[in-house]
Design a protein around this ligand. Structure first.
Ligand code: FAD
Length: 388
């Protein structure tokens, strides 16, 4: 057993840290304050090939695993950009997975190449206002017509919808009540985000404001047959394939910016002098930060364990969920302690921990909540009755 990054993984970490260093705290604060997509950062990452880290070589990708993607995303978020630095790229790494596995060679060429090159951006339309976590209850409907489908419905929280050229869209093609299983009758598309037929309305939110999230209203959107991914009615299964990598990546992204918050807290604790000595000399300041380190470290290796299992073709549902759960808790706890360590200045924008703090609750909520993770583990690992 070897529990350590190998040489090429360390090289990925170093290269990404070096690139991210071009974007300082002021850059990220400005993107956040102006609610502006970090286009320069996104471009630099695209130019250096990082958007294709998990994509097949034939579409210009590096064909590396979730482990390498995790190393990359951890390096991005620990560099000051927080969750915004992750969400600006994240969809490229796990979103197109269904296309990689179930797309035709023509679709891979047409859809994946522009994503890898940074010529097109995509968004991920799964969540709906009236379905929530109960995904099989989505109502967005794709009705068969000559040469394709006409889609009507609503999506909620669709991130990067303001920027995206394309949408990965989960729809129903058969009403749930007419299916033998609730997971049947759903169809996946990857298609143009045609703004004449799709209204994308930005949601004002607590944090991670450099990357938009939206309410999406779809009215009579025509989707050609050639934009359907895989078989009609199988979309839910295709989406499931990408859920474990997404959880692992969200987990490791959280750890990255948790470590950034911890570093800032320790720096402040060393420098700030009160009662004639650095506040970091008090155990009341030291212990919470040391505890945060232990939580981040444990969650980091849980993410890596889940990534290892995934990349080696082993079942990893419980581990990926546990990794996301532990990471969400660890980053929230760490960011809270980082603000507290700064005292009043923790509340000021100048020290950046308030930005990280506002972002730190998000990995506890999305893409799946803590309750649903625990319900999954209770059912699948502990063999308790299904509760949802
Ligand atoms: C900033 C942000 C960005 C997002 N980006 C995207 C995106 O790009 N694409 C996309 O498709 N979605 C996106 N989401 C949506 C996100 O995945 C959902 O918000 C999340 O899955 C929770 O769903 P919900 O908000 O509908 O909560 P609900 O389903 O309404 O749940 C509300 C609460 O009830 C609890 N609950 C519900 N049922 C049960 C049960 N049976 N047992 C116990 N507890 C239960 C939940 O755990 C939760 O705490 C984003 C969300 C946010 C906040």
């Amino acid at each position: 057993m070897e529990i350590e990054l190998n040489e090429s993984q360390r090289a990925i970490h170093d290269a990404v840290v070096q690139l991210c260093a071009e974007f300082d705290d002021d850059y990220w604060m400005k993107c956040e304050e102006e609610a502006r997509f970090p286009e320069e950062y996104y471009r630099l990452m695209a130019q250096n090939g990082w958007l294709g880290i998990t994509m097949p070589e034939e579409v210009g990708g590096a064909n590396l695993g979730v482990t390498e993607a995790a190393v990359m995303m951890h390096a991005c978020t620990m560099s000051g950009g927080g969750y915004s630095a992750a969400s600006a790229l994240h969809i490229n790494l796990f979103g197109p997975h269904s296309i990689v596995v179930h797309g035709t060679p023509e679709q891979k060429e047409r859809f994946l190449k522009p994503l890898v090159l940074g010529q097109e951006k995509a968004c991920f339309g799964v969540t709906e206002p009236d379905a929530g976590l109960d995904t099989t209850s989505i109502k967005t409907f794709a009705k068969k017509t000559a040469g394709g489908y006409v889609v009507n419905g609503r999506k909620m929280w669709t991130s990067t919808g303001q920027e995206a050229d394309k949408i990965l869209l989960l729809t129903r093609t058969t009403p749930k009540e007419k299916c033998s299983r609730p997971t049947d009758g759903m169809t996946l598309f990857y298609t143009d985000l045609d703004r004449r037929k799709v209204e994308v309305k930005r949601i004002k939110k607590m944090g991670r404001n450099a990357v938009d999230s939206n309410a999406v209203f779809i009215e009579d959107l025509f989707i050609p047959e050639e934009d359907r991914i895989g078989d009609e009615g199988q979309g839910f299964k295709y989406i499931l394939d990408s859920l474990n990598p997404e959880r692992i990546l969200v987990g490791i992204e959280a750890i990255g910016f948790g470590r950034d918050a911890l570093r800032r807290a320790a720096n402040y604790a060393r420098d700030r002098v009160v009662f004639g000595r650095p506040i970091g000399q008090n155990q009341g300041i030291q212990h919470p930060l040391a505890e945060a380190w232990t939580q981040l470290e444990a969650a980091y290796w849980m993410c890596m364990r889940a990534a290892y299992l995934y990349d080696n073709g082993k079942p990893c549902g419980a581990e990926a969920n546990a990794a996301k759960f532990l990471s969400g808790r660890a980053v929230f706890d760490t960011a809270t302690k980082a603000v507290m360590t700064h005292g009043g200045m923790g509340y000021a924008r100048e020290f950046h921990v308030e930005r990280l703090f506002r972002e730190s609750i998000l990995p506890r909520i999305a893409p799946v909540t803590e309750q649903l993770i625990l319900s999954f583990i209770a059912e699948r690992v502990l063999d308790l009755p299904k509760s949802y």
